[in-house]
Design a protein around this ligand. Structure first.
Ligand code: SAM
Ligand code: SF4
Length: 464
C-alpha cells in the first residue's frame, strides 16, 4: 500500500497521452487490441490511442475484443437493479439537474418512512431484489439520519417470497464518520459520480452549495475506504467535458484507489446528459457525446479495467442499451422512475430528475434481455457472503467468479420467473435457463442444477 494521500488529476499527463494517441499507426492499434484481449487492462497511452479509432474495420475489431473480454469475465449475465429516489430536496445548483436549488418551479418532497415502505413494496412486487437509493443533497429535519432510517426501512419490507436484499446508495459525499455510520447500515455499494474530472468545467456547472468543492468530491472514495466501505462505484456524467479527457482522468482515479487501498471501484457508471426540467444545459451539452462515441466509451472502459462492472441506466434508449450489453455492460437498471414516490404514489407531482430513454417495465426488459441470449440476474450473493472489495477482485480475476455468478444468476432468475414473470417471459426465460445449462462446465452446471431444483421445490434466496 502506498502512502499517497490526496488524488490530483494530472492534467499534463492526460494532454500528453491524448497528443501521442493521435500519432499511433494502425499496426500500433492492432497491437494494443491484441494485448487488451489478454485481460491485463490498458495504460494511459493505450486508452488515448483507442479513443482515436474511426476506421470502420478497426472499430469493429475494438467492439469484438470488448465483447470477448466481457464474455470471458462476466459470461452472458446481466445484473438487474432499480433506482429508488427518496428525496429531491437539494441545496446545490448543478446546471444540468432538475433538482437544482435554483429550480423554483418544481414540487419537492422527501418521502416519509411510510411512503418509502409503500414504494419499496411496489418494487418488491415487481420482482426487484436490488435498489440504488438516491437523494439530493439536503435532508429533512433529522439530517443524514434520514438516509440511515431510509435504508433500514427498505430492508424491513417483506412481501410474500420477496424483499430487497441489497441497498446500494448514491448520496452526496460524506465525512469519514458518516461513511462509517453508512457502512453500519449494511449497504452494498456506495456510489458517487465526479460528474467531470475537468476542474474548470466542474467549476462552470456547479454553481452553489457544497458540491462546488471539486476536491471534496474527488476525495469521497478515499474517505469511504478509510471508513471501511470497500465496495464503491464511480462515474462520469458524459456531455460536460471532452469524453477522452474523462476516460484518462477516471483511469487515474482508479489507479489511485488501487495503489492506496489495494482495490479499485467495483463499478463504473456512464450516464450521458438527458434533458431535465429547469436545467437548459442538460439539453445543450457543452461536449455532446454521439451514440458512436458512447459505444466506444463502453468498449474502451471494458478493456481498460476488465474486472470492473459497468452500469447502464435507463437514461439510454432500449436500442443503445442493447448495443452496449455486448460491449461490456454488466449491470442494468430497469423499470426506473426518477421522482420520489414514482413507483407507488397516487400523487405523481414530485419532479423527476431527468427524462428517461427506456421506460419499459422490469418484466419487458427481462424478456427482451433473455431473448437476446443474456441471463437476467437478481443475485445478491457476493456481498452477503462478504465477497467484496479485494476478496471479490481476487475471485473475479482468475475468472473464478463465473463458478459462483453463473449458478447464482440462474437461481435468482428462476426465482424471478416463478414469482413475478408474465407467462410469455416465463416461456422465454425457461428456455434461456435450459440453454445456459448446456453451455456450462460440469462443476458449475452440477451446482446450478441442484440450486434450481431447490427453487422449484419452493426454497428462495439460494446462492453459493
Ligand atoms: N445529489 C447527489 C449528487 O449529486 O451527488 C446524489 C446523486 S444525483 C441525484 C444522481 C446523479 O444523476 C448525479 O450524480 C448526476 O450524474 C446524474 N444526473 C443529474 N442530472 C442529470 C441529467 N440531466 N441527465 C443525466 N444524469 C443526470
Ligand atoms: Fe442536487 Fe445531485 Fe441534482 Fe446536483 S445532481 S442538483 S447535487 S440532486
Amino acid at each position: 500500500m502506498s502512502t499517497d494521500t490526496a488524488l490530483r488529476i494530472d492534467d499534463e499527463l492526460i494532454i500528453k497521452s491524448l497528443a501521442t494517441g493521435n500519432q499511433r499507426s494502425e499496426a500500433d492499434l492492432q497491437e494494443i487490441l491484441i494485448r487488451a484481449r489478454q485481460l491485463k487492462g490498458l495504460e494511459a497511452d493505450d486508452v488515448a490511442a483507442l479513443c482515436t479509432i474511426s476506421d470502420p474495420d478497426l472499430l469493429k475489431e475494438l467492439f469484438n475484443v470488448a465483447r470477448d473480454v466481457k464474455e470471458e469475465i462476466y459470461g452472458r449475465r446481466l445484473v438487474f437493479f432499480t433506482p429508488l429516489y427518496v428525496s429531491n430536496l437539494c441545496r446545490n445548483d448543478c446546471a444540468y439537474c432538475a433538482f437544482r436549488t435554483s429550480n423554483k418551479g418544481i414540487v419537492r418532497r422527501a418521502l416519509t418512512m411510510e411512503e418509502l415502505a409503500a414504494e419499496t413494496a411496489s418494487l418488491v412486487d415487481e420482482g426487484h431484489k436490488r435498489v440504488l437509493l438516491v437523494a439530493g443533497e439536503a435532508y429533512p429535519r433529522e439530517g443524514f439520519d434520514y438516509i440511515l432510517k431510509a435504508i433500514d426501512t427498505v430492508y424491513s419490507v417483506k412481501r410474500g417470497n420477496g424483499e430487497i436484499r441489497r441497498v446500494n446508495v448514491n448520496v452526496a459525499p460524506l465525512e469519514e464518520a458518516d461513511f462509517r455510520r453508512l457502512k453500519g447500515h449494511n449497504i452494498g455499494t456506495y456510489q458517487i459520480f465526479q460528474e467531470t474530472y475537468h476542474r474548470q468545467t466542474y467549476g462552470q456547472v456547479h454553481l452553489r452549495g457544497r458540491k462546488t468543492d471539486f476536491d471534496w468530491r474527488l476525495g469521497a472514495m478515499d474517505r469511504a475506504f478509510a471508513a471501511g466501505i470497500d465496495d464503491v462505484g464511480i462515474g462520469v456524467l458524459f456531455g460536460l467535458a471532452d469524453w477522452r479527457y474523462e476516460l484518462l482522468a477516471m483511469q487515474q482515479h482508479i489507479r489511485h484507489l488501487e495503489n492506496r487501498f489495494g482495490v479499485g471501484p467495483h463499478t463504473l457508471s456512464v450516464p450521458r446528459l438527458e434533458p431535465a426540467e429547469g436545467a437548459d444545459l442538460a439539453s445543450n451539452p457543452p461536449n455532446p457525446v454521439s451514440d458512436l462515441a458512447f459505444r466506444k466509451i463502453v468498449a474502451i472502459l471494458r478493456l481498460m479495467v476488465p474486472y470492473t462492472g459497468i452500469i447502464m441506466s435507463t437514461r439510454e434508449t432500449a436500442d443503445i442499451r442493447r448495443e452496449t450489453f455486448a460491449l461490456g455492460v454488466s449491470q442494468i437498471s430497469a423499470g426506473s422512475r426518477t421522482n420520489p414516490g414514482g413507483y407507488s404514489a397516487e400523487d405523481q407531482n414530485a419532479a423527476a430528475q431527468f427524462s428517461l430513454g427506456d421506460v419499459r417495465s422490469l418484466d419487458e426488459v427481462v424478456a427482451d434481455v433473455a431473448r437476446l441470449g443474456y441471463t437476467p440476474s437478481f443475485c445478491t450473493g457476493c456481498y452477503r457472503l462478504g465477497r467484496t472489495g479485494a476478496d471479490f477482485m481476487d475471485l473475479a480475476k482468475p475468472g473464478d467468479i463465473k463458478k459462483h455468478c453463473d449458478p447464482n444468476g440462474l437461481s435468482s432468475f428462476l426465482e424471478y420467473l416463478l414469482d413475478y414473470g408474465q407467462p410469455k417471459t416465463q416461456e422465454i426465460g425457461m428456455r434461456r435457463i435450459a440453454d445456459t445449462l448446456q453451455t456450462m462446465d460440469p462443476e458449475p452446471r452440477r451446482r446450478a442444477t441442484a440450486m434450481l431444483e431447490k427453487i422449484r421445490q419452493g426454497r428462495r434466496d439460494v446462492f453459493c
